[in-house]
Write a protein that binds this ligand. Sequence first.
Ligand SMILES: [Zn+2]
Ligand SMILES: [Zn+2]
Length: 329
Amino acid sequence: MVLERPGEPLRAAELPEPAPGPGQALLRVRACGVCRTDLHILDGDLPGRKLPLVLGHQIVGVVEDTAEVDSLTVGDRVGVPWLGWTCGECRYCTNGRENLCREARFTGYDMDGGYAEHVVADARYCLPIPEVYPDLQAAPLLCAGLIGFRCLRMTGDAERLGIYGFGGAAHIVTQVARHQGRRVFAFTRPGDDETQGFAKELGAEWAGASTDEAPEELDAAILFAPAGELVPIALKAVAPGGTVVCGEIHMSDIPRFPYEILWREHILRSVANLTRQDGIDFLRLAPEVPVKTEVAAFPLERANEALALLKSGKARGTIALTIDGKGES
Ligand SMILES: [Zn+2]
Ligand SMILES: [Zn+2]
């Protein structure tokens, strides 16, 4: 499914099978998660980097050709995340912050991604998928899970955790946070009783509208909604010294707010991308929790419907595409 021009639906097309370059493996895609970042690229919120483009950066695939690599074996099942390549030499790459490499290339953005039957990926950025996860359930771990986990880490040892925007990442983070003994407070769109109920099922002790006051002071908050107006709201809800983490790659403008709500050492930060170490750590932790992913499956050719469902905010948990029915569990 190809993006030819931002703002237009994806188009089904027959492309030549991608040929692996040095260090790349050819994968047959089994399932690919649908992420809000895909919507931001599709809608043109993010500057276009490659057209035509195959979206998709939560790829579960099976290695088919290793002529150009020696670290993988034909038949290995691997995950391909958003971070697809880094320079390996800059000051970010050499001090554990490859997520900030200025030369970084991203799957389904700079390089064709997983809304396809085949993809090529740099073998060094392919992650091992825990065996217990079927293809479809594994797909959302690769971005919703990974980015969510990085956001959670940035909250330090916060016990009372607010989560604003309860979609794919939040439904995974809630399970990890509960496993770590944290208390979760979920904030959704006003009137979204269904999502508030879902948050409670997953272990949130309180769920309400993002416009509601938190029932008690929070130690940290994570924003998974791309709505800048939530930033001052979350800062006000968080106790002195607490952190507000913005987990989205794109957000509407943050309204002006008085310095008073930042004062007392509140920390406001974003989380950008992921490192391979985040991937390794999270995929090791997920089966221990165990994280259960709720995934609505769409066949590849219905990718536009899947994206529309994500945009509507009505998806429960996450959405993923299955390819040739092979990702069906
Ligand atoms: Zn993503
Ligand atoms: Zn670098």
